[in-house]
Structures are given as structure tokens and as C-alpha cells.
Design a protein around this ligand. Sequence first.
Ligand code: SF4
Length: 879
Amino acid sequence: MVTLTIDGIEVSVERGASILEAAQKAGVRIPTLCHDKRLIPYGACRLCVVEVTQRGRTRTMPACFNPAREGMVVVTQSPKLIKSRRMQLMLLLRSHPLLCPSCDAAGNCKLQELVHEYEIEGLPFDREPRYFSVDNDSHFIRFNMNLCIRCGMCVRICDEVQGQRELSFVNRGILTEVSTDFGRPLDCEFCGQCADICPVGAIKSKWLVGTGRVFELKKTETTCSFCSLGCSLTLGQKEGKIVWVSSRPESPNEGNLCVKGRYGWPYVYSEQRLTTPLIKKDGILQEAGWDDALKYVAEGFNRIKNQFGPGSLAALGSERLTNEEAYVFNRFVRTVLGTPHLDHAGGYAYRSLVNGLGPALGFPATTNSLRELRKADLILLLGADLHETHPVAKNEVILATGRHKARAIIVGPVQTKLTERPGLFLPVPPGAEYMVANSMLHVIINDNLYDKAALNLRAEGLEDLIDSLQSYSPEHVGKVLGLGPSTIRQAALAYGQARNAAIVMVAGMNRTGNELEAAQAASNLALVTGHIGREANGIYILGEKANAQGAIDMGLSPWALPGFASLEVPTDRERFESVWGSPIPAERGLSAQGIIDQALSKDVKGIYVVGENPVDTYPDRLQTEKAFEALDFLVVQDLFLTSTAKYADAVLPVASFAEKSGTYTSADRRIQRLRPSINIGGVKTDLEIFTALAALMGKPSLTYNGPEQVMKEIAKLVMPYGGITYGRLGENGIPWPCVDSEDTGKEILYEGGFPGGKANLTPAPPIHPKDVEATGLNLIVSTLKFHSGSMSVHSASLMSVCPEPVAEMNAADLANLGITDGAMVKITNSYGVSVRMKVKASDRAMQGYVIAPQHFSATKLNALTMWDEPIVRVQVEKA
Ligand code: SF4
């Protein structure tokens, strides 16, 4: 630490902190126009100049990139400094049009604020305006370079944080402007970070143009509804309609958002939104009032329950439900429907991954906070294409491999954008990532790259693990996977010898390829090398949807009650029964796959689908369709008339994330609030529907006066949520475990050891032959950065950027098949099922792979995939 004095206030900061950071810590404001804590200091605007006295010498210097030093005396306000700042501002105004009355940024413009603060009322020299045409050609964003003050923040965030390098300065002198190469429209992630960080009105969201100004919008703090990173959102609405989305710089995501979070919200206003319940009359879904619809649903469930027993009913929930909704849904299914058959198939891959960690480490969850990733020296990505699936997590890898000089080891079937960063790429078939991880462990153990004594203190099972790794020599695994043994060795040495190393894995809907084995291998790697229980180490499991972790925590599983009974052990039934006031079925229920199978065999007769769209998203679409067709009674609760809802007997329209209250638990275990911002009318929240149905089905005791009361019950019953109240969550949430009202949660798990005293090493499985038979062409079902499940296709904004599915293939494969780039192709699996879509040549696809996106219902891509078959062999031909 160094101690210095700023405007008479003594402050201590870490060595290396800038004078500006020290001033911020001391509560002293220094004006800036080109500084953002996410960026490397740049010193362009010179407004942050301060007078620094050290060793008897006083100098004027920019505070943003000069380090604070021991004994410095800093003055931030003096006649000399004010004169200097006024001159800088006047120089900027020389070329900045003074059109504040018509500027969309007025009231939210730092230049305007400072010009006002420094009382600049005229310029002592001629103005030198520039004339650039306003560029409206890009999606979402308008460029008006006449307003640019060349602070470079847009260019820098695009490079340093996003890793895109889409923008740069072009031309020289007064004609310098920010542009893409040759001024073409943006072709990037469309994250909007450039527009968000622009301190003036040079880059702005098109939605605000002529609509409203940021200062006059009513703002609501909430949480993103798309992926599991749980980025904080500020929804800005005017006259009851959302027109702008941003994120607070003080949020855990530091104000960073991806395209979905910033521009994906229009799905809440989609014309396809359902706002009236539908019930089937004369074989056709027809509009009905809420009272009639709820009565119809309650009677339908009661009829099946009474006629065939509660076990003939089943329920499928979703990772998009809030914690409170998932919890009450669980209670409703087990105590009102009375069935144990409850699952959320979105959790198939995610649940397998976290269950690979739970028994080994103690908790089925990510071990560290997302922001620590940037401090890791090595990041091992197992089957993770963060650029497409979790763009804000990708930023962390960009920061680590850029500013922190870390290396990224990427193991998987797709040449992701991150393979361009320093590190290694080990291409393997989908589902074979565990083999590489185990082979790395084989090297680490054989080469003695670990501290055996320390390992024996923290974990059990080393001997069994060593035995099980015999077949994982890099030579053997290399041969099986077509990798050089030296590459596996290199990866092992890099991970084993790194000071701080983290592992990242991603779960997606259709990925059913040995996730459990991969997670077990990851936990073994982390345990053996000691890369766990410390900052910037650990294992990250990133789910596909907003509340992937919450769905696990709230027990949306056949065998689980809320609170980590998801470790396959039904516990605490009596405790739950005493609070829920009803018996809970003791037997293990059916999984989602089992529910579909038993619907086909007619053992399951009624299904309640909430927030999920199995027809579009479960593997083996044709069987799923047949299963829903075979049902006596299907109820779907959703925002849209989904492909599944078309088979329903009743469809209940629900509130979106922007219309309700509750909490999501992010991938890094942070429990965060959702707050209602708008009201579109006609819909009910899932919670309101569950309690209304319970009352109609004879369980009026299942009632809550809102999600806050549900959270109080969760806190009572679910240990890691024990200290959670809405009041305590504040704006930034709390990472569980938070066991009582004094506890502020834990960003890093296992810092003080493992819950059971010691962790468990899990023996590696034998190499599965099916994982190595990747011959011919193989399908990879992918997620696109512009989409999320099947919900984002209802967002007009996201559809404007990415309106249709396009398969990606290696140019050599296309040439071999005589297929031209952009042609329409027929993709046929080994069962003879075909789908059609366009194809393009892409560097992302290695030879032998077809990468196709999952989101578009009409394509029916999931007709090609099968449960438990990670390798999908296909043929591709011109359509
Ligand atoms: Fe939302 Fe995920 Fe994008 Fe963050 S990274 S803004 S949580 S979709």
C-alpha cells in the first residue's frame, strides 16, 4: 500500500493504483472525459490534471495514468488547474457542434455537464466545425462523428474488453473520426458498448433518437432474462414503454452487456405475445377468461389424478422461472398434483455438469465469481464457445489474455473466436473433452507436478484415481482423438504450473455429451493441482438460461427437493412436509426423457409445461411431438404460442421478466432481484397461476402474498439461501451460501476447506468407444450470440441481425461435396430424418463438422438429435 494526501485527505491505496483511483477512494472528484475503470488509462482529454508535490517539487500531471506514490501531496482544484481545464474544454468546443437543444445526449452528456460546471460561456477563438454525414447504416447504433471528442473510449472498449477491434480512429488531425475499416456498417457482436460508453452523443442507440433522453426516462433496476450470467440491467421506460437498456458501472458485470441484454428486450412487446388464456373447445384452442381457463385446467388435472392416480401426471419446468416460481412450482407439483415426475430438461447438460462437482467438492455449482477470471494466468475452456453463448464471460477471457497476459487452452469441436487469443487449441469431437482433461491429469500425476502431501490433506481417493487414469496416457488419448501427445502434455504443464488457473464449461440445451465425466475430470484437475479455493482459480459452469443455477437450487428435478438434494439423495422430506402441510411422494420421479417416453406409452396422461418448449428444444423432436399428441391433457404456461403450446388443451399467458418481481441465481451463485418495469395487461405471473390453481384444486393453503414471502420460506428451508431477504439483496445481490442474516455470502467457495472436511477425487471412467467414432460429417448443435433458446426469435431487434439459421461448414468439406457457399442444403441424420437450411463456409467449423444453430423453430433441427448421443452423424447434400 502507499499513502498520499489528496486535497488534505490522507488515503492509502494499493501500489500501482493511479492518482485518480486514489482520489476516488478518498471521495474527491476529478473531472475526466476519457476515463473508464474498465479501460487502460489513456490520458487523451487532459481534464484530470492535478498538481502533485513530491520531494519538494510541484508538477502538473494527468491523474488517470500517473501512479499514486508514497507521500505525494495532490491538489485537484486550483486557479491554474481550473484555467487548464477550461482551456481543454474550449478546445473541444471548437469543433463540437453546439446543438445541445436537439442532441439526443443532452442531459446525459459529460461534455455538457463540464462546460456548465466550468462556466464556459464563449470561445476566445474561431470555431472549426467538421462535417461528417450521420451514419445510420448499422443495426441499433447511429454514428454522428460531428459530435465526437476523440476520447477513444468506444475504440478502446471494443478492443480491450470486447476483443472485437471493430472500431478504430481513421484519418488525421481535425478530420480524425471513429469508424470501421472503409466506413462499412458494423459487423460485430452489436453489444452496444461503444454507444453506452460514449460520453457525448457521437454514438447512440437509434431507439433514443427523437424518442426521449436518458435523464427523463423512468428507470428500473433488474436482471437480464437471457443467459445465466445474470448481468444487471437498467430498464429505461417512457410513457410505460421500454426504450433504453443500460447497466450500472457498479454492478457485478461492471456495466458490460451483450447484444441480447442491451437490445433483446423487444420480445416483451412481440405481437406474438399471448395476453388471453386459450382453452380447447371442439378441438380448437379458443380465447377464454382467466376464471374459466383456470377452472378448466384445475378440472383437467383433477380428472386425470382421480381417474389414473397422481403418478399419471408430470410436470416440466424451466430455467427461466424465478427462484420463487421454481420453488412454488415444485411445491405445487409434489403436493397438489401429488406426482414426483418433475424435471426441467434444460437442466440436462447443466445438471450433469454441476452434479459432477457436487459430490466431489460439496456444492453443485460454480466455485468462484465471474470477475476473478480476468486475474487467472491460465483458463482451460472445456467445450465452451463463450463468444457465442456467454459474451460477457468471454470479455473476462479477453481481459485475462490481453491485459493479464494469461493463456487460454481451448478443448472442443469448434474453432471459437477465443482460439485467436494466446494459448492452445485442442480440437476434439463433442463430448470428448473429458478425455483430454483426464489425459492432462495423467501427465500432471506422472510428472509429479503436484504436491502429494497437500493433496492428501484436502482430498480422498488419489490411489483409485491414479488407477483409473492408466488408459489416459497422452499417447493413447492423442491417438484416439487425433491430437499430438505433446499438445496434451503442453496443456497439462501449462495448467499444472500456472499460478492461478480456472476451468470453464458451458451447458446448452441439446448438449448431452459426457458432461458429468467432464465436470468430474475438471474437479479432479483442480483438486490435484490446488487450483481451487483461491481467487482466480476454480471451476465455472455456465448454464444456458437465466436461472439455470436457481432451477437446480430449487429442486426442479425428479429426485430433488429444493436445496441440493439434487445430489441424487432425497433428503429432508419431513421438514418440507411440515412447512408445506402435505405429504410429498417418496419415490423418485421420472426424468424429462422418462416423462416423454411414458407419455408415448400412455402411462403419463397429463403434463404441465411451464416456461419450457420441449418440442423445439428437446432432442428427438419427432418422438416429443408424438408424446404430446398422445396425451389426454396438456397445459402450457408461456409467453408465446410455442410449438409445444400448439398441442395443448390449455395455454396460460404469463408475465415476462420485465413485468414481475422475484430473483434469479446467476451462474456464479449470485442471487439477484427482478423488478417489474412495465405492465402489458392480460397476463398473470407464474406464481399467481400456481396459487390460483392450488386453491381451485383444494389446496388453498398453498398461497403467498407475493414472491418476497416465498423467499422468506426458501430462506427457512434451503440452507445456502438462509440469510437472504429482499432487503439484503440490494442492487448487486448476494452470492450463496449466505446462511444467516449476518452472512454476506461467498464469492469463493472452499476457501476455508471443503464442507465434509475433505473433497473427493472421482475415478475417471473408461474411455467410451462412442466418443471416438467421429467419422464422416458430424453435427454440432450450436447457440448463437444473437439468440437464446427459442425465446429470442420473438425479439424483432435480434431477428433483424440474425433472421434465419445458417449452417457453417469448412470450405474444404463444401468443395468436396460440390456445394457452394450460401446454398440451401438438406442435412440428414443416420435415422433418415432431414432438415433444410442455408450453409456458409466458415473457419469456425473444422473439417468433418456441420455447426447448426438450434433457435429457429421452423427448421426443426432437434429432429436430428437423440438423447444421450453426443455424436450426430449426418449427410449433407444440396437441397
Ligand atoms: Fe444477458 Fe447473458 Fe448477455 Fe449478460 S451475457 S447481458 S446475462 S445475455
